[in-house]
Design a protein around this ligand. Sequence first.
Ligand code: ADP
Ligand code: MG
Length: 470
Amino acid sequence: ETVENYKAISAAEFFYKYKEIAGFANPARALYQTVRELVENALDATDAHGILPNIKITIEKADQVHEYYKITVEDNGIGIPPHIVPKAFGRVLFSSKYVLRQTRGMFGLGVKVAVLYGQMTTGRPVEIITSQPGLRRIYYYKLRIDINKNQPIILERGSWRKNRDWHGSIVSLTIEGDWSRSKSRVKDYIKRTAVVTPYANIVFMTPEGEIYYYKRVIDKLPSPPKRVKPHPRGVDLELLKRIRETGKYTTLYNLLTKSFQSIGDVTAKKLISQAGLDPNIDPMKISDKDLLRLVNIMKKYNKYRPPKAQALSPLGPDVIKAGLTRIYEPEFVEATTRKPSAYQGHPFIVEAGIAYGGKVPRSPPDKPNLLRYANKIPLLYDEGSDVITAVIKEDINWDNYLVHLPAPIVVLVHICSTKVPFKGVGKESIADVSDIRREIKLAISEVARKLRNYLSKKIKEEEKKKKIVN
Ligand code: ADP
Ligand code: MG
């Protein structure tokens, strides 16, 4: 006899059961991922809002018997409105980043999976201390997640008067972790973060009491990303329906010209007439069939201006060079930021930097040392399946640039986009999208040519010296 049991589960229960897909597969990986989620939130709360970040990361052993670790990250960011705190930390898929603007976070997931992991392994709640600029009080919360309801349970809350002008957040989580197995990854993650944030002060304290301090070396922040409207090439039926259901637009013409970028008067009229519709029709009265025809026409039309790049926040060559110099003190460093491009209606920019010599470690024999980044996040795992790895191994012949591997060379590649084509929600590797692959190759080649000039001069000078000695 077969009796099926049908039921729906909440988003919290889904990620509680399948935490592996969000990067929480085991205690070692979970410790790394928790640090990452907290640091990324801290940086999003600072540099994306024009604040020079001061970030403090502490990992402490939190139990005599068990392998419990307390991870605390403090930032000087914009803080969180007190009434939002419970949802931001206690409701899976709740975020302030579901808008078209480049941020590190994007799923409204990260910190909540860490909270869930903490409560299932140690039973300890998340603690948040936060205040926004201009507020007179500092707020304090202790909470956990009701997994069935996907809702926060507030265990403690309070507030006190501010006696100095502090703003930012301090978030603490206690999880079961494996420090000895995650140590090198965590340190590497923080170091790679420091490479692309030379404008940040970062302090990191390990459970052994070691302190790593990356001091700010540049006062220039990348220009913060701005919110933009969607580009029509990325439209689909649901998006169009959601826009019309806002009720803001009384005619189809209005809806197209006001809610999308790159649709002006001429384009709107062309699209509407190709779809055989009336520009003055009330959007709510368009049938699904007609709407779908319009969607297909919008997607195929190929004379739009490309998507706006103001939503993006590339680092810029100065920041990349300062960052590589802060960590590697190289004899040669160069960087480039490519012009904006687009894939499937999503704008993206590729940047590349190369450091050579100095404290740069020797590379493996098959490729230069590689630092991969997406929206300023370092990517550490799944290097083998990433498009950036494919480019530096398959599309570039390093001997042509006078780099004979193994060599003291590190290549940094940063892809920023309002939609990075990650292969999973753990955000570790980027899919092979041909437009992106082409830009990566062009960016690296541009910098590699400068390295070749430098190396060829150096070789000539050394030959001259030899002749004088002989
Ligand atoms: P995501 O980062 O993908 O949006 P998270 O679950 O990591 O999702 O965070 C949820 C929300 O909580 C964020 O969108 C942000 O609004 C808020 N938040 C989390 N940490 C901080 C912080 N340190 N400072 C300010 N806001 C924060
Ligand atoms: Mg986040």
